[in-house]
Write a protein that binds this ligand. Structure first.
Ligand code: AMP
Length: 305
């Protein structure tokens, strides 16, 4: 079985949407990526850090999806990373209320020996210095390295982030962040500028408007599934990265044609994520759900000329 290495935050999230409010539930980029990728039956491990306040039951819920959590370090005297956000009525605009890095400031990621040769590596949303540290520990020169990031790190660690971008094969970034990173309004121009920074593939996530894949002179567009009810978009971007990387790990084919399928897999997984609060839907996904949803995407995008 091909191996997927995931590095990212494991967090407490408090979320408020027009449909309700949650207090300190399981969150962070890594659980969303891992739970989503687990639908593709890959061998995966998460490298992260939590504090002594992190419930064992949360770790067990991740392990229950065949995700190796032995490299989630527990620093007993520290508090777990905490993030809280509030969505406005249209659910597209999110205000971050709190980002308490807590234990993240002590994080020194150690990649387990068994995963140093992983075929796909997702550097989930995390401090760029930690992402760079992980790249330096990898031993497989053919590994596909996928980077995800967000405005917080552009605001707080831009130079380190630019250095990491140079070293990866794929970047996934949302539309507003692509504009912020490049100071360009057109996503096509922004994608070209990011491509010139190093990655061979640039994926721009557009929330309920789907995602775009760029490489050299090629472009592909995946829609988001039109859903009747969206409860909570938290983690949708990470879930997308999990579906995208899960498909690529399973197939071990990093061509543009296969990236197109990976983009659809990412969109399909993200469509589940938004149906319930936090990672609840991903934790309880029925076995046949992904196959059915992939068919729905096929139907949605096929037409005759
Ligand atoms: P998304 O909605 O895909 O942007 O992901 C939301 C998840 O990212 C939440 O579970 C948060 O815990 C996590 N998160 C929020 N801010 C950060 C940050 N600055 N670095 C890493 N993870 C974060």
């Amino acid at each position: 079985m091909n191996k997927l290495l995931i590095v990212g935050t494991v967090a407490f999230d408090a979320i408020e949407t027009p449909f309700g409010k949650t207090d300190k539930i399981l969150g962070g980029s890594a659980p969303y990526i891992g739970l989503s990728a687990s639908q593709f039956n890959v061998q995966s491990a998460i490298v992260s850090v939590v504090g002594g306040d992190f419930p064992k039951s949360y770790l067990e819920s991740i392990q229950a999806h065949q995700i190796n959590t032995s490299a989630i370090e527990i620093i007993a005297e520290e508090k777990t990373f905490f993030w809280s956000g509030r969505y406005q009525k249209n659910m597209n605009t999110r205000d971050t209320i709190t980002t308490d890095l807590n234990v993240l400031t002590k994080f020194n990621p150690i990649v387990p020996d068994a995963f140093k040769d992983a075929s796909v590596v997702v550097l989930g949303n995390l401090a760029p210095a930690n992402q760079a540290n992980v790249i330096s520990q990898l031993t497989n020169p053919k590994a596909l390295i996928i980077l995800d990031t967000m405005n917080f790190w552009m605001d707080n660690a831009l130079n380190e982030l630019l250095e990491v971008i140079k070293r990866v094969d794929v970047i996934t970034i949302n539309d507003e962040e692509a504009r912020q990173l490049t100071c360009e309004n057109s996503l096509v121009v922004a994608a070209r500028k990011i491509y010139e920074m190093g990655p061979q593939f640039v994926v721009i996530k557009k929330g309920e408007h789907g995602a775009l894949l760029f490489s050299e002179d090629k472009v592909f567009s995946a829609p988001a599934l039109p859903l009747e009810s969206v409860f909570d978009p938290t983690g949708a971007g990470d879930t997308f990265a999990g579906g995208f990387s899960g498909h690529l790990t399973k197939t071990n084919d990093f061509s543009f044609e296969n990236m197109k399928r990976a983009l659809i897999c990412g969109s399909a997984m993200a469509s589940f994520c938004v149906e319930e609060f936090g990672p609840k839907r991903l934790l309880n996904l029925e076995e046949s759900a992904l196959a059915i949803r992939l068919q729905a995407f096929k139907k949605l995008t096929q037409f005759e000329l």
